[in-house]
Design a protein around this ligand. Structure first.
Ligand code: PLP
Length: 433
């Protein structure tokens, strides 16, 4: 519970201390209720920062739209589909058609169900430590232990609801650029088992950042080849990495292979409205010809979401923001390398562009039970907030992540590194390797 006690806690950030009350924002900054301003250093839904005037204007205009559901035609919805393919998928001639959803969770659930229908197979595959959302099949493929949709064991109760599908977990390519951990998916040793899993699966859903796992293009290409040979479809989950977070419109573009479906959400509407989407390859879209995709929800493709998506695409292309993370990758790598070398509490640092994960020594992520009311990662976040920067945890006990708006300045990034330094000093005193 929080505040008056009527609102159930989301448990995204364990412990109240690391979760201040926010009343406003501008650029990379949040305004807190006591008037303090802090840098928002981990918000993958705010690529243009907070309250960007062109997003505010687009949403205000669209608020005057009539009340229409997914079933009625709305001109700006078709324009949004054209913009998405024409701008973000420019040069990707294989991309065929778009369907909009309310969230990335919903988009993943619908895409997975579609793949089951297309292949006649029920099991699904992802990779270890993946996060794909909190609803339906997306939640089933969220294999991080703390997001199973049930209860933590903190109250002595248990635990996870029964599963909706058999889920195969491919090994995670968890090498690290900064701290140098080796990648267990180098070489071919892992592919025999992966081949078997994929042969039994309708689809493999791959994201590129969750659980602190940042795929190499080689891993993507190898899984894509194996999936194709095994008759499984490949869905690229670009919810976090899409629209410039890692430099370029999408992470899958760093490899040679191209997905059958791409799912997205979060930053797509630059925070202006709840929105998700599935982009189908022309080949998959062709397989739907003469049929209809039997799935509906009232608020999907809402006029406010369409307007926000279009404004985001326009601004990102015009201002080159979708490229900016590529330019800042070297600075992030350098500074986080220095920080990792200074702090014995740091076990692993990896990332790309403007998305980075810092893992601390401490309990193994597989052992999560939700029993600790004040996990180390949350206390580090609270300490960093003393230096006016909000970094985040993702419900784990020892993981921190950094993902500032793409409009962040280099001076603001330096402030983020200083705050992380300050926060980690607390962990150094407690967590030994
Ligand atoms: C990779 C990935 N996919 C899907 C989702 C689900 O997005 P949403 O919570 O907006 O439905 C998330 C959310 O963090 C995510 O990180």
């Amino acid at each position: 519970m929080s505040g008056s006690g009527r609102l159930l806690s989301t448990s995204l950030t364990a412990g109240d201390e690391s979760s201040p009350r926010i009343v406003g924002g501008h650029g990379a900054w949040f305004t807190l209720e006591n008037g303090r301003e802090v840098i928002d250093a981990s918000n993958t839904a705010a690529p243009l920062g907070h309250c960007h005037p062109e997003i505010v204007e687009a949403v205000a205009r669209a608020a005057a739209a009539p009340v229409i559901n997914e079933g009625w035609h709305w001109a700006e919805r078709e324009q949004a589909a054209d913009d998405l393919i024409g701008i973000a998928f420019d040069g990707e001639d294989w991309a065929g058609a778009v369907r909009f959803f309310i969230s990335a969770s919903e988009a993943n659930d619908a895409a997975l169900a579609l793949c089951q229908a297309l292949t006649g197979r029920a099991p699904l595959a992802t990779r270890e430590r993946a996060y794909h959302g909190g609803a339906g099949l997306a939640r089933e493929l969220t294999v991080q232990p703390q997001w199973h949709g049930g209860l933590s064991r903190a109250a002595g109760g248990v635990s996870a609801p029964p599963r909706l599908a058999t889920v195969h977990q491919l090994p995670a390519p968890c090498g690290a650029r900064v701290t140098g951990q080796p990648d267990p998916t180098r070489g071919e040793g892992w592919t025999g088992r992966a081949r078997e899993m994929l042969a039994a699966s309708a689809a493999v859903l791959l994201d590129y950042s969750q659980g602190g796992v940042y795929h190499s293009p080689a891993y993507q290409d190898r899984v894509a080849d194996l999936a194709r040979q095994a008759g499984a479809l490949w869905i690229a989950d670009e919810t976090v990495t899409g629209f410039g977070r890692v430099g370029g419109w999408f992470q899958f573009q760093h490899g040679r292979s191209r997905p059958d479906l791409v799912t997205m959400g979060k930053c797509m509407s630059a925070g202006g409205a709840a929105a998700g989407a599935v982009v189908l390859s022309a080949e998959v879209a062709e397989r739907l010809r003469g049929t209809s995709w039997q799935s509906y929800s009232t608020y999907r493709a809402h006029p406010v979401a369409m307007a926000a998506i279009r404004a985001h695409l326009r601004v990102s292309r015009r201002d080159g923001l979708y490229q900016r993370a590529r330019e800042l990758d070297g600075l992030m790598l350098d500074r986080l390398g220095q920080i990792a070398a200074r702090h014995p509490s740091v076990a692993r640092v990896d990332g790309r562009g403007l998305h980075w994960t810092v893992e601390l020594h401490g309990p193994d992520w597989r052992d999560w039970r939700g029993e600790d009311p004040s996990p180390l990662a949350s206390r580090v976040v609270a300490r960093a907030l003393e230096a006016d920067v909000l970094i985040a945890t993702s419900g784990e006990q020892t993981s921190l992540f950094l993902a500032p708006p793409l409009v962040v300045s280099e001076a603001e990034l330096e402030q983020i590194f200083a705050a992380l330094d300050h926060g980690l000093a607390l962990a150094d005193g407690e967590a030994g390797p």
